[in-house]
Write a protein that binds this ligand. Structure first.
Ligand SMILES: Nc1ncnc2c1ncn2[C@@H]1O[C@H](COP(=O)(O)OP(=O)(O)O)[C@@H](O)[C@H]1O
Ligand SMILES: [Mg+2]
Length: 288
């Protein structure tokens, strides 16, 4: 093989020397790639999580297109703040608690999924006020400072009254526990939030925009190149590749990732060992 593989991260080099099938299977693995907007989100969340309890805690709505990378950002943030065991008090501390908004705006379902995330046993037939009480007790016990609720656009599947009720529930939790709330969703989440002007004013907006041709996007592609197990450098940040990827992905991180995986597989199979525009054009017509 002989190639020194210096275009790859050291930990990827041995994979790049593996059999084709091994390399192709490895493409399906989860991987995290840093980019500037994600770093900005982490900085904002880190500041929020450190704010001591107070009235009217500031909150954030993180919004953007589906497949732009919102859930990955909050999952990564959560991994950076894992639960800790407080030896002295003998309790688990969980600064960041995250959950998904149930597909239908139903307060019982909201609390049952929150309790599930908190690892708490509960009686599925319990009444709303019982679930609510238990949730608050537990959030307080683990000293939660931030509640992250993903898929907030699900709120829109309810009628106006139900949307208001769900927003009131969140407002109640934020006020009662004096913690910050991060809502995550598509542009519809932002529309849902507007049904309550008081809530709306409390949430700072943080958008995750589609990628455009920029230094940031070229940086993202350079980072992808360092982890894709190809034996020759592709120089992904070059102009033709940037344009082809932007056109084919609509600027969505998830699509960029899918296209690059698919193009990598093609470049492994045809023996070229580097991605060029024809691989990307071909990847456009594949499903996986
Ligand atoms: N930081 C990242 N590094 C690598 N791949 C990412 C990253 N962010 C997103 N992706 C890819 O994009 C896909 C969609 O991301 P996701 O967070 O689920 O989007 P959203 O929640 O905005 O719909 C992921 O499954 C993953 O393949
Ligand atoms: Mg998501």
């Amino acid at each position: 093989m002989g190639a020194s593989l210096t275009h790859l991260l050291p930990e990827v080099r041995s994979l790049a020397k593996s059999d084709d099938n091994v390399r192709i299977l490895a493409l399906a693995r989860d991987r995290w790639i840093d980019y500037p907007r994600a770093t900005q989100a982490f900085e904002l969340f880190d500041r929020l999580v450190k704010i001591p309890p107070r009235q009217r805690m500031p909150c954030v709505l993180l919004y953007g297109e589906s497949n732009i990378g919102k859930t990955q950002v909050i999952a990564k943030f959560e991994r950076r703040h894992p639960p800790e065991y407080d030896e002295v008090a003998g309790v688990e501390r969980r600064k960041v608690v995250s959950m998904q908004m149930p597909p239908t705006p139903d307060q019982i379902r909201f609390y049952t999924s929150l309790l599930f995330e908190l690892g708490a046993p509960f009686n599925a037939s319990a009444r709303l006020n019982v679930l609510e009480h238990l949730s608050r007790e537990l959030l307080r016990k683990v000293s939660a400072r931030m509640l992250v609720v993903d898929e907030v656009h699900h709120l829109l599947s309810g009628n106006y009254r139900e949307q208001r009720a769900s927003l009131n529930l969140l407002k109640f939790l934020a006020n009662d526990l004096q913690m910050t709330i991060v809502l995550v969703g598509t542009h519809d989440a932002e529309i849902a939030l507007q049904t309550d002007s008081q809530m709306s004013s409390r949430f700072a907006r943080f958008e995750m925009p589609r990628w455009q041709e920029s230094e940031g996007f070229r940086g993202l592609l350079a980072a992808f190149e360092r982890v894709l197990p190809l034996r020759r450098p592709s120089n992904l940040p070059r102009r033709e590749v940037v344009s082809a990827l932007l056109a084919a992905s609509g600027g969505l991180t998830g699509e960029v990732s899918r296209l690059l995986n698919s193009a990598t597989e093609l470049a492994i199979r045809d023996g070229k060992e580097m991605i060029d525009v024809s691989h990307i054009e071909h990847a456009r017509t594949t499903v996986l």
